[in-house]
Each structure stands twice: as C-alpha cells, then as structure tokens.
Design a protein around this ligand. Structure first.
Ligand SMILES: *[C@@H]1O[C@H](CO)[C@@H](O)[C@H](O)[C@H]1NC(C)=O
Ligand SMILES: *[C@@H]1O[C@H](CO)[C@@H](O)[C@H](O)[C@H]1NC(C)=O
Ligand SMILES: *[C@@H]1O[C@H](CO)[C@@H](O)[C@H](O)[C@H]1NC(C)=O
Ligand SMILES: *[C@@H]1O[C@H](CO)[C@@H](O)[C@H](O)[C@H]1NC(C)=O
Ligand SMILES: *[C@@H]1O[C@H](CO)[C@@H](O)[C@H](O)[C@H]1NC(C)=O
Ligand SMILES: *[C@@H]1O[C@H](CO)[C@@H](O)[C@H](O)[C@H]1NC(C)=O
Ligand SMILES: *[C@@H]1O[C@H](CO)[C@@H](O)[C@H](O)[C@H]1NC(C)=O
Ligand SMILES: *[C@@H]1O[C@H](CO)[C@@H](O)[C@H](O)[C@H]1NC(C)=O
Ligand SMILES: *[C@@H]1O[C@H](CO)[C@@H](O)[C@H](O)[C@H]1NC(C)=O
Ligand SMILES: *[C@@H]1O[C@H](CO)[C@@H](O)[C@H](O)[C@H]1NC(C)=O
Ligand SMILES: *[C@@H]1O[C@H](CO)[C@@H](O)[C@H](O)[C@H]1NC(C)=O
Ligand SMILES: *[C@@H]1O[C@H](CO)[C@@H](O)[C@H](O)[C@H]1NC(C)=O
Length: 695
C-alpha cells in the first residue's frame, strides 16, 4: 500500500506543479493535504490547523489527519464523505468529540484517535458505524460506560492503552461476538464486571496489565473460550480462584506483580493448553496438592519472588523451565521424578539449607541450575556431590555465594559444563588444576571477584579447550603481563572493563589470534603500548574512561593507529596533559606527543630504606624509589600473589604516591617476598624486598 501511495505521489506531484500556473480545476483537496484518487484517500500531516478542514473529495474512503492541532471533532466534520471507511486522527490535540460526530458514516470500520486528550466517549457515538478496529490509546478517557461499544457486533480489535479508565460499565464489552483482541494496558480499572465480556467467544487476547484490578468477578471470562493470551500483570489480585475456569485454549498467562496468596487444586487446573505461566512477584505461600493436574502442556513456569517454602513438582510433566528464585524454599523442589523434561531450574536467593548427593539426578533433562545466593552454597553445607549424576547438566550459576576459593569439589561431577558463572564471589587466586575436570567450559563469568593479579588464573585456564567468552569485569586487576591469557585460549571476546588496570604489557594479547572484541573501558590506564593490538585481528575495542595521558608514551601507538587507518576503531580521548584534555588522540599531530625528559630511559628501582622486619599488628613500609623518564607505573605484588597499584583501594595494602608500599597491621601471613615492578613505554624493571613479621 505504501508503495502504491508513493508511486501515486510521484505521478501526482508534477500535475500539482502545473496547476500552480493553470487556474484551479475541480481538484477538491484541502490546502496542505495530499489527495490520491485510487483508494481514494486524503492525508494531512503536520499542519497547524485546529479544526477538521472542509473540501474533501466526496468519494474519500480513507482520511488521515495526523500530527496536526485539531482540538475538537464536531458533528458534520465528516458528513461530506459518506463512504469513509478508515479514519486516522492520531497525534492531534482533540479533547472534545461532539455526540453525532460519526453519525451517518455507515461504512466506517477503522478509527484511530490515539495520542489526543479525549476524556469522554459518549454512549451511542458509534451507533451508525460498522467499526471493526478502534484505537483510542494515550488519551484521558476515564470510563467506558455501557453503550459505547456494547453490541457492536463487527468489532474485532479494541485498544485503549494508556488512558485513565477507572470504570467499566457492567456490559461494557458485551455482545461483541467478533472481538479478537482487547488491550487496556496502563489504566486504573479496579474491577472486571461479571458481564463485561459476555459473548466474547472469539476473544484471543485480553491484555490488562498495570491497572488496579482487585477482582475478576466469577464468570467474567466464562464466555471467552477462545482466549489464548491473558495479561493481568501489575494489578492487585489476591486470588485467581474461579477466575480462569474453562479457559481451555489459554496459551500464555501473565499474573506477575499481583498479590496472589495461594494456588489451590482448582485455580489453574482447567488451563489444559497453558504453555507459559508468569506468577512471579506475588505472595504465593502455598501450592495445594493437585494444583497442576492436567497441565501437562505447561513449558515455562515463573514463580520467582514469592513466599514458597516448598515446591512439589507433581504433575509438571511438560515443564522445561521453572523459576523459583527468591522464595523461601528450605529444600530443593520435591518429587523431581515428576518433571522429566525440566531443563532450567532457577533456585537462586532461597534459604535452602541442605542439598543432597546427586540432588538433581532424577531430572533426566536438566541443562541449567541456578544456585546464586543459596544458603547451602554460601555456608558450604551443600553436599560436595550434589551435582553428580546429572550428565546433561551444562550450565551452573553460583553467583553471590561468598566463595573464596574455586569450588573444585562441587564441580567435580559437572564435567560437561559449558557455562559457569561465579560472579560476585571473593576469589582472588586459582590453583592450576581447578579446570582439569572442566575442560568443556565455553563461557566463564568471573565478574566482581577479588582478582588483583591474573597470573594464577591464566595458568589455570590453560586446561580449558575452547573458551569463547571470558569476563573479568569489576575485579581489581592492576596489570596484564606478557601472555596474560594462555596460548590455547580461543576466546573471541574478553571483558576487562571496570577494573584497576594501571599498565598492560605490549605482548599481553599476543597469543589471542581469534580475539574479536576487547572491553577495557573504565580502567586506570595512561598509555597503550605501541604494538598492543598489532598482532591480533580485533574488531571492537572499548577504551573509554581511562585517564589517557597523551605524551611521548602514546607516540608509538598513535603512529601505528594512523599508519594503519585505525583511528575510527580506537576513540582514545586524552585526559592529560591539561592542554590536551578532551582532545582525540587521532587529532593530535605526532610531533606534539612529547615528554619533558632530559634522558629517556626505562625505569630503575632502588628499594633502600625498606623495613625488613615488622612486629605483627604494626604497619610496615617498603620503598620503591623509581628513576627513569617518562614517569613509570608502579605495581606491587605480595607474597600471596595479590597485586596493587596506587589506584587499588585495598584496606590493608596501599601503594603510595612515591612508589612505596604500606602494609597496615601486618599479619604473619604477610611475611615473604614482595616485588615492586615499574613500567614505562621504554621498558620495565623489578626488585624484590623481603619482609619478616615477628611475634
Ligand atoms: C501545534 O501547536 C503547538 C503549540 O501551539 C505548536 O508548537 C506546534 O508547532 C503546532 N503544530 C503544528 C503542526 O503546527
Ligand atoms: C473520486 O473522485 C475523484 C474526483 O473528485 C475522481 O477523480 C476519482 O476517480 C474518484 N475515485 C473513485 C474510485 O471513484
Ligand atoms: C491543545 O489544546 C489546548 C486547549 O484545549 C491548548 O491549551 C494547548 O496549547 C493545545 N496544545 C497544543 C500542543 O496545541
Ligand atoms: C482439592 O482439595 C480439596 C481440599 O483442599 C479436596 O477436598 C479435593 O478433593 C481436592 N480436589 C482434587 C480434584 O484433588
Ligand atoms: C510424585 O509425582 C508423581 C507424578 O506426578 C505422582 O504420581 C507421585 O504420587 C508423586 N509423589 C509424591 C511423594 O508426591
Ligand atoms: C541472599 O539471600 C538472602 C536470603 O537468603 C538475602 O537476605 C540477601 O539479601 C541475598 N543477597 C544477595 C546479594 O542477593
Ligand atoms: C557427559 O555427557 C555424556 C553424554 O553426552 C555422558 O555420557 C557423560 O556421562 C557425561 N559426563 C558426566 C561427568 O556427566
Ligand atoms: C562470607 O564469609 C565470611 C567468612 O569467610 C563470613 O565472615 C561472612 O559473614 C560471610 N558473608 C555472608 C554474606 O555470608
Ligand atoms: C579533563 O576534563 C574533564 C572535564 O572535561 C575533567 O573532569 C577532568 O578532571 C580533566 N582532567 C584533568 C586531568 O584535568
Ligand atoms: C601542536 O603543537 C603546536 C605547537 O608546537 C600547536 O600550535 C598546536 O596547537 C598543537 N596541536 C594540538 C592539536 O595540540
Ligand atoms: C639507593 O639509594 C640509596 C639511598 O637512598 C643510595 O645510598 C644507594 O646508592 C642507591 N643505590 C643505587 C644502586 O643507586
Ligand atoms: C629516592 O631517590 C632519590 C635520589 O636517588 C632521593 O633523593 C629520594 O630521597 C629517594 N626517595 C625515597 C622515598 O627514598
């Protein structure tokens, strides 16, 4: 239709041009509108008019007046177009519709008045029309009294989203046997009267989310035997008892965000076709035995954020996905053998205290188990063989469980894992064998742990055969050494954003030939080694939010970027020196990237003056006096392998602005070898300081 309109426009426009020179012939078309003869239709867009114009071709069947400033529709406005079938008046400023406005329009089928300020639809407004579609969204309609739509037997679609409807007449939508869809989203309706939908036997979609419905009266939906989608989310229902009886074709039910308290053995049982059911964010405390009888088609069941203390899986023979997150479950779901198809089980945020050996073994199709913030994991009361006996298990999520060292035992049986998420825990270092038994991992999420030094992780990752995705976001890592990631790693995407990176070795990514995308945003980097990206085919690099210091240290990189036409790919914005703050590196001439050095040299370190012994409980101070120009980044590594820079905010280890390391309230485990590393673009050096802790 659009294409015919456009071709018509192309043929009509030259004629219009001619007409400006010829006297007006009988081309009836209101000023500023476009009239097309084939439909015949009139289109008036973006005109500063406040009333419906006159002078339309009398045979017009489609009229669109959109984005104009019409303030009222008056009786007689459309009377010159008796054949009008389609009328689009959306996005005007209509607040008044006079009774009788649409009288005599016996062919009017589609009416859209969305985006106006209409407050009232008087009963009888459409008495002469054969309306099939009405769209009155985003107005200020306050009520749908009986008699506006009642008994309009041709109506198929009724859309009233985003109004202020608080009242529905007792038979507001009764007598609409062709009705297929009603949307009344985002209104203020508190009650669905028993007869409101009488006779709506073809209704397929009833959408009323975000109203204030406290009650669906008994029988209100009993004629809606074709109902396929029912959306009642974001209302104030406390019970569904009796409301859903007989909806044997219902496919999707949304009741999220209500106040439902229980599911009895008759609440849902007539929903024999139901596939998707959202009952999350309610107050469901109890599920009666037999509650899911006959619901073998249910595939996706969302019960998160309720108050369930136990959950039997009886009768849930077809369930594929079950969300039980954030309930009060004391134990994993009961009678798991009843759900042989269950693939995704979400148990996060439950106070489950005990998880037995081979806990999920009877779920013959289990693919994913989410155990974020689960008491048994957090407090380590979970049986170490809990994940055994589930050969189909591929995805495990153990986020926010206060885990300090990689849960090797718990994952011993999960050799087929491809996805593992351990974000929000407290792991810092990794034994080299932690992935020996987990070689199939493809995606690994370690966001928000306490990794400061990736070298132990880097060694451990060597056992994974094919890692496709790795995220280390929000770990306080300060440095990426040469070959930061093992040679075998196949990952094409690595997230290193929001860390404390102070320096990156020029060969950090050298082995990562497949790397497609690197995110290093929000770190503390001041320069990029000239060849950092030279040997990898990376497509996307995010370098935002680093305090780039555009001096001689950036020269090599800028030169490489410019000679390879890569300026678009790396939008490096300088933070310093002050005169260049806010300037794109690519806009700075190479000759301007200079440093104020007498001798350009790699750093050297003098640690003379460091404490050699400290009494436990006292502070110790180690010296790392760096010479060399330009100024070097200083990284300290502790005997336990943690690494810190001036930007780390560790409570016990502070790197001072003179390069020194302060150890607050030293403990005996702090004794040992400390390494100071200093790095500038020319090179780096390291010195060892040994600290003893006594008593
Ligand atoms: C409608 O009226 C408003 C306010 O008077 C004005 O800003 C806007 O440009 C008008 N629209 C058209 C299409 O003239
Ligand atoms: C509608 O009327 C116009 C003249 O006002 C005429 O050119 C056109 O052919 C008519 N279209 C139809 C479909 O009758
Ligand atoms: C819409 O109409 C009202 C009066 O009904 C007027 O105050 C307002 O400025 C109009 N808005 C626009 C955008 O024209
Ligand atoms: C439903 O539960 C009630 C008790 O709450 C019981 O009397 C009734 O037999 C149960 N009905 C079915 C079909 O299980
Ligand atoms: C477990 O579920 C099956 C199938 O739904 C059922 O026959 C059995 O009685 C249930 N067992 C218990 C202990 O509830
Ligand atoms: C973890 O779950 C407990 C309840 O078991 C809750 O109090 C706490 O806020 C949750 N923590 C997180 C990080 O979600
Ligand atoms: C891994 O999956 C295979 C089938 O794909 C299965 O035979 C094997 O037992 C599984 N391994 C474990 C440890 O579950
Ligand atoms: C986390 O574990 C530490 C001990 O390692 C404990 O002191 C702390 O209370 C735990 N935090 C939570 C939220 O369980
Ligand atoms: C650079 O400019 C931004 C604002 O444009 C400012 O927030 C920042 O502190 C400046 N950096 C320096 C080093 O002056
Ligand atoms: C580069 O330096 C010259 C002077 O040496 C100066 O005039 C020019 O503005 C500088 N360019 C930029 C982008 O800072
Ligand atoms: C290190 O510094 C001390 C004093 O701060 C000085 O005596 C010593 O010669 C320096 N060592 C080297 C190798 O420069
Ligand atoms: C670092 O060395 C310089 C000269 O070598 C010396 O003047 C300075 O005091 C030393 N700083 C520290 C903290 O030892």
């Amino acid at each position: 239709m659009l294409t015919t309109m456009l071709t018509t426009m192309a043929t009509v426009l030259p004629h219009l041009l001619l007409l400006t020179f010829a006297p007006m012939v009988s081309l009836a078309c209101p000023h500023g509108c476009q009239c097309y003869s084939d439909v015949p239709s009139v289109h008036c867009y973006y005109l500063g008019i406040t009333a419906v114009p006159s002078g339309f071709p009398p045979n017009t069947t489609l009229l669109a007046i959109r984005h104009c400033n019409i303030t009222a529709l008056r009786r007689g406005d459309f009377s010159g177009m008796p054949l009008l079938a389609t009328l689009y008046l959306d996005w005007n400023n209509i607040s008044t519709i006079e009774p009788g406005t649409f009288d005599g329009l016996f062919h009017l089928q589609s009416l859209a008045i969305g985006g106006n300020r209409v407050a009232k639809l008087p009963p009888g407004l459409f008495k002469d029309n054969k309306l099939t579609d009405f769209d009155g969204s985003d107005n200020r309609i306050e009520a749908i009294p009986s008699g506006v739509f009642t008994n309009h037997s041709s109506l198929t679609s009724l859309i009233l989203n985003g109004n202020r409807i608080s009242m529905l007449g007792d038979d507001a939508f009764a007598g609409l046997p062709q009705l297929v869809e009603i949307q009344i989203n985002d209104n203020l309706i508190s009650r669905l009267p028993a007869d409101a939908l009488k006779g709506a036997s073809k209704l397929w979609t009833l959408s009323m989310p975000r109203n204030a419905i406290t009650k669906i009266e008994q029988g209100a939906l009993s004629d809606c035997t074709s109902l396929y989608n029912l959306d009642l989310s974001g209302n104030q229902l406390t019970t569904l008892e009796g409301s859903l009886k007989g909806l044997s074709n219902l496919n999707s039910l949304w009741v999220s965000g209500n106040r439902v308290l229980e599911i009895t053995n008759s609440t849902l049982t007539s929903l024999t076709s139901l596939r998707d059911c959202w009952l999350d964010n309610n107050r469901i405390r109890k599920i009666e035995s037999g509650a899911f009888k006959g619901m073998g088609n249910l595939n996706n069941f969302y019960l998160g954020n309720n108050d369930l203390e136990e959950m039997p899986l009886n009768e849930l023979v077809g369930v594929l996905k079950l969300d039980l997150a954030n309930n009060r479950l004391q134990s994993p779901p009961l009678n798991m053998t009843a759900a042989p198809n269950l693939a995704i089980l979400m148990l996060s945020g439950n106070p489950i205290k005990i998880m037995a050996s081979s806990q999920f073994a009877s779920l013959k199709s289990i693919f994913e188990v989410d155990l974020d913030n689960v008491t048994a994991v957090r407090e380590d009361t979970i049986n170490p063989w809990a994940l055994c006996g589930a050969p189909t298990l591929q995805s495990v999520s153990l986020n926010h469980n206060n885990i300090t060292s990689f849960p090797v035992d718990l994952l011993t049986c999960a050799a087929n894992l491809t996805y593992l998420s351990l974000s929000g825990n407290k792991m810092a270092n990794f034994r080299k064998d932690v992935f020996y038994n987990l070689r199939n991992i493809v995606q690994l999420d370690l966001t928000g742990n306490r990794i400061t030094n990736i070298s132990t992780l880097s060694v451990a990752l060597e056992s994974i055969t094919f890692l496709d995705y790795l995220t280390l976001t929000s770990n306080p890592v300060v440095y990426l050494p040469k070959h930061a990631f093992p040679a075998f790693i196949q990952t094409d995407n690595v997230d290193l954003n929001d860390m404390k990176l102070r320096a990156v070795d020029k060969d950090a990514f050298e082995w990562m030939g497949k790397l497609q995308s690197i995110n290093m945003a929000k770190n503390r980097l001041r320069f990029i080694p000239g060849k950092l990206f030279a040997n990898i085919s990376v497509e996307k690099v995010n370098l935002e939010g680093n305090p780039w210091y555009c001096d001689c240290q950036m020269y090599e990189f800028a030169q490489w970027m410019k000679t390879n036409n890569m300026s678009e790919k790396f939008d490096v914005v300088c933070d310093g020196p002050e005169t260049l703050n806010g300037t794109y590196l690519s806009d700075i001439p190479l000759k301007n990237l200079t440093c104020d050095c007498v001798h350009y040299q790699a750093p050297t370190i003098n640690t003379t003056g460091s404490d050699t012994v400290v009494v436990a409980g006292h502070d110790a101070r180690l010296v790392c006096n760096v010479t060399g120009c330009p100024e070097a980044a200083v990284i300290w590594t502790t005997p336990l392998g943690d690494a810190f820079s001036e930007d780390s905010d560790d409570p016990r280890f502070s790197v001072l602005s003179d390069g020194g390391l302060e150890i607050h309230e030293a403990k005996t485990i702090d004794a040992g070898m400390y390494i100071c590393t200093a790095i500038n673009y020319i090179g780096s050096s390291q010195e060892i300081v040994v600290l003893g802790v006594t008593g």
